[in-house]
Design a protein around this ligand. Structure first.
Ligand code: HEC
Ligand code: HEC
Length: 477
């Protein structure tokens, strides 16, 4: 299926080459842009407008990279089993049964928050639930992530419940909108119940995998420079870098909703989200749990590592080799108006439209270099910096009281907006923000507080026609 779309994209590419009498061989310096589209990531841009738009390789993937890409794709998507054979190692407790279970089509699997009120009784949820004590300490028996799924014969650590409080607001022109404030709690703890007053709990829905290679190849100095200069006192905006130390290296945190990781978290994803042990995390995630010792008695071996470093690098290569969907409908007058209004509302001071990748490109887990990701002009619509997003809207704002590296509870990484307009097509829903509390783009914007307050108010004061145009622009990304 994926191949078919890829083929039609290539045909489209060749056709436009012929149409403009260009040389019809793939010249990676000259990407021909079909009418109505705009480049988003240089030579990694793909011209697709379909449900596989996030999950299709860039045109430069060929030869050894193509077979490694396919291996990584399989390891990413294939349902893990609980046995000891290849492709096994799931659990004993887990949050997802493959990367792709949460990042369906390399996107954002629809969370069960709204329809099932949390984890759901049986259904798989696709979210990550982080838990700590109020004083910031971890729970010894549970760890950092609440694993709401378990293999046969083992109990899940607990289930998430959510309740929403609804409040209606209006734009100055009278149009109404509604915001929903979530309150989370945990039920069915497998062991000791934790008193709600001793618990902080924060929820994340998965992030889209648009532009993972570009994010890893980004020129860190450009990000640092943005932090140094992105002081716009008139709008109250000043981003900061989340400096992170991982594997003994300190660097600019880029991935995750709080920019709390340096890399694409392949080892952590296998270990913490799925219970798949590896060289970086050789221990089962729930080592201390009594029920796990019983698990060993059931004949399951927890001694061997469940995935090799070579395979994990292929997963890294797969994510970094995905094409970035081009912008669409760029000639539509409504989209053009919306783009202008996006700038007028100062959205671009955080959702920075243009950045660059460093000359050397990116480096994968085991040191393989993807040099062709280097020296590119990219349009992620993010500064990858932390911003205070406020605590005041409905009494909480976006503050989750959860610290990650230098990021405080109220601080979040500007979410890259490239590909956002395709989320509905790729994943069948329009839930946005770190925990999916926004049911559409309007709600996502109206939750902006703190450093985003002034910008949000500029949007709020627009006419209905202008607000609609901003949404049309977002949908063209
Ligand atoms: C249980 C669901 C789940 C599973 C399974 C899962 N993820 Fe994720 N992933 C998430 C969530 C939720 C986030 C956001 C986390 C945060 O911000 O704290 C995320 C974030 C990421 C990011 C950061 C993206 C960005 O834009 O910064 C990457 C990369 C990633 N996951 C890769 C993987 C890989 C690789 C695997 C498999 C090894 C995997 N994930 C398995 C839910 C999941
Ligand atoms: C002060 C920096 C800042 C400004 C200004 C800003 N944003 Fe954001 N934006 C963020 C951050 C940080 C997030 C992530 C918040 C979260 O997930 O809780 C975000 C999230 C979003 C999302 C949701 C993305 C997703 O996939 O979940 C949309 C849509 C968005 N912003 C649009 C806008 C628009 C439109 C404007 C201008 C009216 C704007 N933003 C202004 C920082 C900013």
């Amino acid at each position: 299926m994926k191949r078919l779309y890829q083929l039609s994209a290539t045909l489209l590419f060749l056709f436009s080459c012929l149409a403009c009498e260009e040389d019809d061989k793939m010249d990676m310096d000259k990407v021909v842009v079909p009418n109505g589209y705009a480049l988003s990531a240089g030579t990694s841009t793909i011209f697709l407008n379909s449900s596989v738009a996030y999950d299709t390789e860039a045109d430069w993937v060929s030869g050894t990279n193509a077979s490694r890409f396919n291996n990584g794709d399989g390891l990413y998507d294939d349902v893990r089993t609980s046995g000891n054979e290849e492709g096994g190692g799931l659990g004993p407790v887990y949050a997802g049964y493959s990367c792709g279970s949460c990042h369906r089509n390399a996107g954002r699997t629809k969370p069960t928050l709204w329809e099932n009120g949390g984890s759901g009784n049986y259904g798989f949820s696709s979210m990550l639930v982080y838990i700590t004590r109020r004083n910031g300490a971890f729970f010894r028996d549970y760890g950092r992530v609440l694993h709401d799924q378990a293999i046969y014969g083992v109990e899940a650590e607990g289930k998430l419940s959510v309740k929403y409080e609804y409040e209606t607001f209006s734009f100055p022109d009278g149009e109404m909108y509604e915001l929903c404030k979530p309150t989370y709690s945990i039920r069915e703890w497998y062991k000791d119940s934790i008193a709600p007053e001793d618990l902080f709990c924060t929820v994340r829905i998965p992030l889209r995998h648009v532009g993972m290679g570009q994010m890893m190849a980004i020129d860190r100095n450009e990000i640092i420079a943005l932090a140094a200069k992105s002081n716009y006192p008139e709008y109250g905006i000043s981003g900061r870098v989340n400096y992170i130390t991982e594997k003994g290296v300190t660097g600019v945190g880029l991935s995750g909703n709080k920019a709390q990781h340096l890399d694409l978290t392949v080892e952590l994803g296998f270990s913490s989200d799925m219970g798949v042990t590896n060289s970086r995390y050789p221990e089962e995630i729930c080592e201390g749990q009594i029920q796990i010792n019983q698990g060993s008695m059931m004949g399951l071996s927890y001694d061997q590592l469940d995935i090799s470093t070579e395979d994990m690098e292929d997963v890294d290569l797969y994510m970094q080799s995905l094409g970035v969907p081009a912008r669409r409908n760029v000639d539509d007058p409504q989209v053009i108006l919306g783009e202008q209004k996006f700038y007028e509302a100062k959205c671009h001071l955080c959702h920075v439209p243009t950045l660059h990748t460093r000359p050397e490109g990116s480096v994968l887990l085991n040191g393989t270099r993807l040099s062709w990701l280097g020296g590119q002009t990219i349009h992620p619509y993010s500064d990858y910096l932390l911003h205070d997003m406020g605590s005041e809207i409905m009494g909480v704002g976006l503050n989750d009281n959860y610290t990650s590296g230098m990021a405080q509870g109220n601080e979040w990484r500007t979410t890259p907006l490239w590909g956002i307009g395709l989320q509905e097509k790729v994943n069948g829903h329009t839930y946005f923000l770190h925990d999916g509390r926004a049911r559409n783009l309007i709600e996502a914007i109206m939750w902006h507080g703190g450093e985003g307050e002034a910008s949000k108010n500029l949007f709020k004061r627009m006419t209905k026609e202008e607000r609609d145009a901003v949404i049309a622009f977002l949908n063209s990304l």
